[in-house]
Design a protein around this ligand. Structure first.
Ligand SMILES: [Zn+2]
Length: 397
């Protein structure tokens, strides 16, 4: 019996053989920035900023950010574009399960829902338009152009029906026992790649797997090119250079104790959020590296300051176990408990002051999206000003 797979042999990395008019070259493997003179103003889709910014016919169509994207709603030559913001609801693997359109009321409108088989094929279409946007399994773009039907993971393409990669793992020499075409060591529901040292960063890697990186403050040259890792390293250096962050400094320089900083986004939605959450004998800090804290009207703290707050809990737990747990049970008015009071009045205030941010006198606040892990600036304001700037430059051409 013969079985074979038809491979799309005419496809090259930049898709130039497939189509004359639609360019996708910077969205895949060999990406490069387009020069302004290369932007086409008719029948074209161009990708800039590493594929995050999509231009259609020379005008902004869409901008992708971590939590979703925004789309230019009104395109005319005379007016500014209106940008509508859409947000993803993801599961623990980063799969986009819902897309919600931001509205002026507090509740968004669901515009797309998606379910998947374990290896990423669509289980069934939701009740809403499944063609709204193409970020799906593991948050990756599903490329349906000319029937390709593959997820774009950057270095490789993945076919969820075959459940295999279209080419070998670049690191396959390290794992002789595993086929270089196998996806997620055949464990797509939950896969962890453990490593080993002092402060471990746990996040979702290139191919959707959960990976760990041992952060060594003395060796910051060889860090993975991952946004969560970069957010952590900038927050660490920012706090310490400004004169705060003493607990994260102690944790990173204590060879006898292990700490884990996990990207809060790898957890289920209801278990996300920045918090010290020890479990299974591990001192785990869940951190939302792009969420600031707002309290008392419009007072603010950056993700970096919030991270130091959680490190204070973790270091205290490691050193004073029982006393730490007792303090958590002792009520303390607006601070909720004595442990929160100790942290908020102690290192949280010290680090916030060092970073030029606001001080709390209680344990309340709400979170919001910020521009970077060391900033208190709102992300949507930043994105909107960036896009208006780009549009201005395009119209000036
Ligand atoms: Zn706390």
């Amino acid at each position: 019996m013969n079985s074979f797979v038809l491979l799309p042999v005419t496809i090259t990395n930049d898709y130039t053989l497939m189509t004359r008019q639609v360019r996708k070259q910077s969205a895949v493997g060999s990406s490069r920035e387009l020069a302004p003179s290369e932007i086409q103003f008719a029948d074209s889709t161009d990708y800039l900023l590493g594929g995050l910014l999509t231009l259609k016919n020379g005008r902004i169509d869409k901008y992708q950010f971590d939590e979703g994207y925004c789309k230019a709603a009104k395109v005319s030559n005379t007016s500014q574009d209106n940008f509508t913001f859409y947000y993803y609801n993801r599961d623990h693997l980063g799969n986009v399960r819902q897309v919600a359109k931001a509205t002026r009321s507090k509740n968004g409108t669901i515009v797309q829902t998606m379910d998947y088989y374990p290896f990423g094929a669509r289980l069934c279409d939701g009740t809403t338009d499944s063609n709204v946007q193409s970020r799906r399994y593991n948050g990756k773009e599903f490329d349906q152009m000319h029937g390709l039907n593959a997820y774009d993971y950057g270095a490789r393409q993945y076919n969820p029906v075959l459940a295999r990669w279209d080419r070998v793992d670049p690191l396959c020499e390290k794992y002789y026992s595993i086929s270089p075409y196998v996806y997620c060591t055949n464990n797509p529901v939950n896969a962890i790649d453990p490593d080993g040292r002092i402060v471990y960063l746990r996040y979702r890697g290139e191919n959707g797997k959960i990976v760990q990186f041992a952060f060594d403050p003395q060796n910051q040259q060889n860090i993975p090119n991952n946004s969560f890792v970069r957010d952590f390293v900038s927050a660490y250096n920012y706090n310490i250079e400004n004169g705060g962050g003493e607990n994260m400094f102690n944790a990173a320089n204590d060879p006898n104790r292990e700490y884990f900083v996990a990207d809060a986004n790898i957890y289920n939605p209801e278990k996300r959020g920045t918090a010290y959450d020890p479990q299974y004998g591990e001192r785990i800090i869940k951190w939302e590296s792009r969420k600031g804290l707002r309290f008392d009207g419009d007072k603010r703290q950056s993700p970096a300051t919030r991270l130091e707050h959680e490190f204070d809990h973790a270091v205290d737990d490691a050193r004073n176990g029982n006393a730490h747990r007792l303090r958590r049970r002792e009520p303390a008015g607006p601070f909720v408990n004595k442990e929160e009071q100790r942290v908020i009045e102690g290192t949280e205030s010290k680090t916030a002051r060092a970073n030029g941010e606001d001080i709390r006198r209680h344990h309340h606040g709400s979170v919001y999206d910020v521009k970077s892990s060391t900033s208190t600036e709102e992300n949507w304001k930043f994105i909107r000003s960036l896009l208006n700037f780009v549009n201005g430059a395009l119209q000036a051409q």
